[in-house]
Design a protein around this ligand. Structure first.
Ligand code: PHE
Length: 339
């Protein structure tokens, strides 16, 4: 019986068959259990001998089964390890890293520039109150200039901001002038109810700037804009101011830079004028200061609003603004700064 059992154990090559052998030989209905059960019919001399023998057979079989099971398990593990082996000398898969969106790159560059000049950054919400987007900026409800900016209204009093200028009113309202002048930039997304085409997008970006303090003049505005233009487009560029209109600045200007492409000689980018219009700006209107609780007799300054989308189009020769918003990686990876 022992030899037969050991042979069966040896022949078992997987966990199922070894388990079968265990049940067959050592289980409740197996021969060993049967022998042990039959012991009560034996004489008292035979009982210990038969018992000892049966126990020995059981122990040997148990040991053999355990050993065989370990063998099978370790063989299985070895095979699995061999199959799953990793060749560490193979070249790895490169991971695509991505990069900031080209518009974000321009925003980051401008914000860095202004932070370096001591400005604070104030990002507002894209959902804004009519009060801050228009009223506090000298645009009462019936003001015709509201038509300049077709607005997505959420409720009669809540809208998607059409400009970053509401951050002028918000920062003016909370600034503590006893601690010094207010110098802030506010980058972010704005929304207008335009039909999208090559030059219009219902969502685009602005970077707002506001400087309010004592004795701030239009020369400061022009100097600041020159620094912006030179940072983005090149050292030798000039800035020219033309009269314009915004309800929250007086006087208001539109700023042109010398065409960075033809350097003032005239080309298709500047439509042969030698100048490119880049932003709106002006000296903060006294009404805006008054409404925010700031005394226009004591304080004054300038504001500007520029469009990073337009800057990116000019800088990189992009002819369709919608390219910025379609998330086509073939387009976007052209602006990978890592080269
Ligand atoms: N908010 C104006 C616009 O969207 C731009 C601007 C900002 C003009 C600040 C003057 C001062 O057109």
């Amino acid at each position: 019986l022992l030899q037969q059992g050991l042979k069966q154990v040896e022949e078992s090559v997987n966990l199922d068959s070894i388990n079968d052998v265990r049940v067959k030989m050592l289980g409740k209905k197996g021969p060993i259990t049967e022998v042990l059960r039959g012991m009560r019919d034996l004489s008292s001399e035979e009982r210990p001998k038969v018992g000892q023998f049966a126990n020995e057979v059981r122990d040997q079989l148990t040991a053999a089964i355990d050993e065989q099971r370990l063998k099978i398990e370790s063989a299985k593990l070895n095979e699995q390890l061999k199959k799953e082996a990793i060749d560490v000398t193979l070249p790895g898969n490169s991971v695509a890293q991505g990069q900031p969106h080209v518009i974000q790159q321009i925003i980051d560059q401008l914000v860095d520039l202004f932070v370096g000049m001591g400005y604070v950054v104030a990002e507002g919400g894209e959902v804004e109150e009519d009060r801050y987007n228009f009223e506090m900026l000298n645009l009462p409800k019936d003001h015709p200039a509201r038509d300049m900016q077709d607005t997505f209204y959420v409720t009669p009093e809540i809208l998607m901001r059409t400009q970053t200028s509401p951050m002028q009113a918000r920062t003016l309202e909370t600034h503590d002038f006893s601690k010094g002048p207010l110098k802030m930039v506010s980058p972010g997304k704005v929304y207008r109810r335009d039909t999208d085409d090559t030059t219009h997008s219902h969502q685009f970006h602005q970077v707002e700037g506001l400087v309010i303090g004592k004795h701030i003049t239009m020369a400061d505005l022009k100097g600041t804009l020159e620094i912006v233009a030179q940072e983005l487009f090149g050292d030798e560029l000039e800035v020219r101011l033309r009269p314009s209109y915004f309800p929250f600045t007086e006087p208001s200007v539109e700023a042109d830079i010398t065409c960075f492409n033809c350097h003032g000689k005239g080309c298709s980018i500047c439509k042969s004028t030698g100048w490119i219009e880049v932003l709106g700006a002006g000296m903060t209107h006294p009404n805006v200061l008054k409404m925010a609780g700031v005394d226009p007799e004591e304080y004054g300054g300038f504001a500007f609003g520029l469009g990073p989308d337009r800057f990116a189009m000019l800088k990189y020769g992009v002819t369709d603004i919608r390219d910025f918003y379609q998330n086509d990686v073939r387009f976007l990876t052209q602006f990978d700064q890592k080269g």
